[in-house]
Design a protein around this ligand. Sequence first.
Ligand code: NAD
Ligand code: DAU
Length: 355
Amino acid sequence: MFKRNILITGGAGFIGSHVVRLFVNRYPEYRIVNLDKLTYAGNLENLKDVENAPNYVFVRGDICDYERMLLLFREYGIDGVIHLAAESHVDRSIRDPFTFAKTNVLGTLSLLQAAKTCWEGNYADKKFYHISTDEVYGALAFDGTFFTEQTRYDPHSPYSASKASSDHFVRAFHDTYGMPTIVTNCSNNYGPYQFPEKLIPLFINNIRQGKPLPVYGKGENVRDWLYVEDHARAIDLIFHKGKVADTYNIGGFNEWKNIDLVRVLVRTVDKLLGKPEGTSDRLITYVADRAGHDLRYAIDSSKLKNELGWEPSVRFERGIEMTVEWYFENQTWLDHVVSGEYENYYRNMYGKSSC
Ligand code: NAD
Ligand code: DAU
């Protein structure tokens, strides 16, 4: 018997895999059920080190499949949800907004409805924690202001519009049905196991291979970067100590102009390759800007610090070094992702080929 049965959705993805690892190792008294569809972004190789833990279960499934979610809640007696499953890449949302609306909006709704059906009348000790993004707040000017929990939603991309919609559904389930929900909005994460379509792992891989580094527009857009393990720690803290029906912003107070960040990456990778400083600068290539590219994001996470005592623990320069070193030391992981071989891991591990 486990003390709690926690459903983590999207646990085979980048952030989800760090959250699963942290919970499996830190809470042997909990059963951790990792539900993931294994889209292109889901990779069970991210979780090799915990896959045989006695308190860990992997289930392949789609959050949009309401009947399946209902069965899952009942089979495992789920009493807590940490919901990360989503389509997460802005460029993909520009090409294919429907998939984002389906997974991020309808998928979240189907999960909420399954939780409501199973929990209604007995919400004590239940929690539905939804992981969202700072992108729902829109864009800031270069004026020193920050997104706070009071900032009005103003999403610009299909991705952020879908996440904003899912946030509203989560809050509506609290306000309408009394479901104990929490929403957090986090800034850009970086670190091990990030899919190499996102800026940092894509550029580390390209520098290593001597390929161009496609900087969108003038490279002047600003993002606020947080080491992924700090985000996972915040999720753990908020899941256990956060106030129901509340919202917390999570961020690093760590703003970087894209081009400055790219220069740090170039310097760090060149150093590790033993090349003279500046060798790979020639790879920087300015390309057409992302449509609707938000100028600046910056999160004010002081509420989380003041109320729950969370602060980022990894300094950015060190975090980037650790990240670059990780991608160098885990070339097989990267090769498998780039070649697509990672998609065979589920079949080899579980002897099945589909959901
Ligand atoms: P990711 O793309 O790396 O992983 C997403 C995971 O969700 C994958 O494992 C994928 O297989 C799974 N998934 C997708 N559709 C599914 C479906 N229909 N049913 C079940 N599983 C499905 O994403 P990430 O970067 O780890 O982000 C995780 C969450 O955190 C997302 O909700 C994202 O919006 C949010 N977030 C991300 C960042 C960031 O910087 N990456 C920052 C703030 C918030
Ligand atoms: O802010 C939180 C968000 O951060 C999350 O909600 C998203 O899931 C996550 O993908 C991330 O979104 P971004 O669009 O900010 O991340 P990305 O790594 O795609 O891009 C970071 C910045 O770098 C952005 O300003 C666009 C730019 N960029 C990105 C790529 C992939 C480039 O200039 N060139 C590139 O090739």
